[in-house]
Structure formats: C-alpha cells, structure tokens
Design a protein around this ligand. Structure first.
Ligand code: NAG
Length: 267
C-alpha cells in the first residue's frame, strides 16, 4: 500500500514537471528553404514561435557565426545596438508590434553581397530556449554585357560578349538580325574574381556580311527575365552599305513593276 502511494506520487510529480516544461516550451520555426534576395533590396527572414507565444519578454538574438556578436539583439524589452556587428548597424529591425504574436522575423535592409550565408535565431524565455537557422542567398546581377569585335590569328572574325560581377552563372543567348538563336556556335568562358563573383565571356565567330547581333545575359536563379540586358552590335563593313542599296532598289523596282502590271490589266 505504502509503495503504491509512493509510486503514484512519483508519477504525479513527473506528469506535473512534464506539464510545466510542455506549457512553457516552444519551437522557433524558420523558412523551409533558403531566402533569396537581390543586392540593394530589403528582405525579411520569416521566423516565428510555435505555439505563438508572446515573445515581448523574451530574449531574441539573431547572429551568424559568433553568438556574442549578434546581427540584432532584443533583450529586456528593447533592441540593444551596443553589441551589434558594425556592418549591420542601422540595417536591421524586428517587427516589434508583432512580437506579441510570436513573430520574431528579422528585417534586413539594403542587402549586400557579404550578407549571404547562415543566420541563426535564438529565443530565450528563461526556463526554455530554442534556436533555428536558415540560409540567405544574395544574388548579384552583373554589369550590362559589352560586345567587342576582334580578328584572331586564323583571320576568323569574332564577337565577344562579356560581363562581370555575377553571383551565379547567367544564361547567355546570341541572336542574329532575323532573331535566330545562334548561341550553339558560341563558346562560353567563366572565371571567378577575387570577390568570388563571376566574369562571363562568350565568343562567337561571324562572317563579313551585314548583320546585327544581340547578346542577352540573364540570371536563372531569381525572377527570370528581370535582369535581361542586351548589347547590340551592328556589323557593316564598307561593301554591305552597297548591298543594302542594291536590295532596297531591287525591292523598289519589283514594287513598281507590280503596280504597273496591275494598272495595265485594269486598262
Ligand atoms: C511577421 O510580421 C511581418 C510584418 O507584418 C510579416 O511580413 C511576416 O510575414 C511575419 N512573419 C511571420 C513568420 O509570421
């Protein structure tokens, strides 16, 4: 009988403790995949508590590698900029009015290439703390492509379309005057610079004739077509001017002939 009473006391105690821990415990939930942003934009790293506890009295610490140098620290009901990493000063905030509903999202302004990487959000309620991590991918869109012309040793004339400072390899498309995709004739070279960004150059052999080539480079990771950039090169060596005059004159004579024939028929 006595032993039984001891057991039920113990079970009650364990249940009670579990209950205490359970009601105060929470999870920090981050985005399910990496967050993407373009350089210069603002971005939110969406993070919330589950269940949606009131986090106003909690400590919220956003940091990267070093727990002691936070990107943002919220402690004792206010944001504390003293310990913040210098490069994030003036660029971070929390949605303070949303803290009561467990929203601990970080707002980052004016994204820089160096902001890319892992972020951790640590939330401490006192009896309980939890952490979540997520990746921020920062896309750098390169410079507008420039087209230059050169003649190689084998007398082959070629156009080179080049652009630099891309964070991920852009898709390159060459088109000729009639809009035909001639990319398959080109060769692509990609080099990484000191900052880890890419310099992209595409070379295409061309013939000496009147033509217009356009080179389009676009990022295929963020918002397709947003970064479309076109460089156009009008390639017209001396003789082509004459060929244009010839074809235009021919078209004119054909048109005149047709008109004359039609008039003659009416008569
Ligand atoms: C937190 O609040 C901000 C501002 O209202 C909102 O944009 C964001 O989606 C919220 N995040 C979560 C995870 O609820």
């Amino acid at each position: 009988m006595k032993a039984q009473k001891g057991w039920s006391c113990f079970v009650f105690f364990v249940l009670r403790m579990t209950h205490v821990v359970w009601t105060q415990s929470f999870q920090v939930v981050g985005p399910s995949s990496a967050v993407l942003a373009l350089v210069g934009e603002d971005v939110t790293l969406p993070t919330s508590l589950s269940p949606a506890l009131n986090a106003q009295g909690f400590e919220v610490k956003w940091f990267r590698d070093d727990f002691d140098s936070p990107v943002l620290l919220y402690h004792n009901l206010q944001i504390r900029p003293e310990l913040q990493i210098q490069s994030y000063k003036g660029r971070t905030s929390l949605f303070l009015e949303e803290l009561a509903s467990g929203n601990v999202s970080l707002r980052l302004q004016d994204i820089r290439a160096s902001d890319r990487g892992l972020y951790r959000c640590f939330v401490d309620s006192g009896p309980w703390n939890e952490e979540v991590h997520m990746t921020l991918k920062v896309e750098v869109v390169g410079s507008p492509p420039l087209i230059s012309i050169s003649t190689a040793e084998d007398q082959q004339t070629r156009l080179e379309c080049s652009s630099e400072k891309w964070s991920s390899q852009p898709e390159v498309t060459w088109r000729d005057m009639s809009g035909v995709d001639v990319t398959s004739q080109s060769t692509l070279t990609v080099k990484r610079d000191d900052e880890g960004l890419l310099r992209v150059s595409s070379v295409i052999p061309i013939k000496w004739e009147f033509n217009v080539f356009s080179c389009l480079m676009r990022s295929n990771t963020v918002r397709p077509a947003y970064q479309s950039k076109v460089g156009v090169y009008v390639f017209s060596p001396g003789i082509s001017g004459w060929s244009v005059v010839f074809w235009l004159s021919l078209a004119f004579y054909v048109a005149v002939t047709i008109v004359l024939i039609l008039k003659w028929r009416k008569m």
